[in-house]
Structures are given as structure tokens and as C-alpha cells.
Design a protein. Sequence first.
Length: 152
Amino acid sequence: MEILKYPSDALIRVCQPVMHVGDRLREQIAQMIKLMYAGGGFGLAAPQVGLNLRMLVMRRIDDPESQGGEYVLINPVIKNRTHGTTTGVEGCLSLPGEFGKVTRARRVKFTAYRPDGTLIEATWGGLKARVLQHEMDHLDGIMFIDRIRESG
């Protein structure tokens, strides 16, 4: 498994929901987490490694040095975006060395499933909200450079 680079076709497809979490998917999740840390990223979405699945991993933003207890979100859905917007610089493991200012919601309320099937309902702000929105864009075939163009 490796991180795909833009303009790979896998990065611009809308991903399919995860229907079953088995041993193979758990191994792929573990590999994604290793690749995320190796690349120095805050998150990694399944299409970035060629998996057409609505799934992402994130490091614990509240403790970026921690390697353990990562967020693994399966079939995430943003329910609402609140508290206005904020603009910040983003990069992407699929576009190494490229950075740009992207406008995102300050806070997001979302639902997702953990690999064990537990439903998560949470509201995140700050960097966690930014990373979540960035990674969820990947699940819909949207790259952060598309958002830069939108922000103008």
C-alpha cells in the first residue's frame, strides 16, 4: 500500500460506503495509520491509498505527538457546519510540497462508525474540524486545491 499522488483517478471518485469490517479492512486501516505517520500527515482518507471506501484515519489532534488511539472513522457524515468559517493553510499527502489557503467551517457536527460498529456522534472545532473536513472531501473526490480555487 502506498499514498497515491494527484492526479490519480482514485483521488477524484466518490467513494462507496463500507459495508463490512473484517480482518482485511482492519489490516488496511493499520497500514493507513502507518503511512499517515510516515508521511507526517494529520489524516489520510481511503482513496489516497486506492481504496474506494468512505473511511479515514486521523491522528489525535489534541496530542499530535501521540502514536496510538487514532481516530478511525467509517462512513462519516457531516450533519452541520457552525460558528462561521475560518481560513487556514492546508497541505495534502497526495500533493507533496503543495500548500494553500482554504476556507472551512469552524465547527462540524458529524456521525461515523468505529471499526467495532460503535456509532460516534461528535462536534469538533479548530484543527480537528479542519482535518476532518479535508479528509471527508477526499471521500467525495474533492482535492484541497479545488477548495483553493473556490476561496479565490
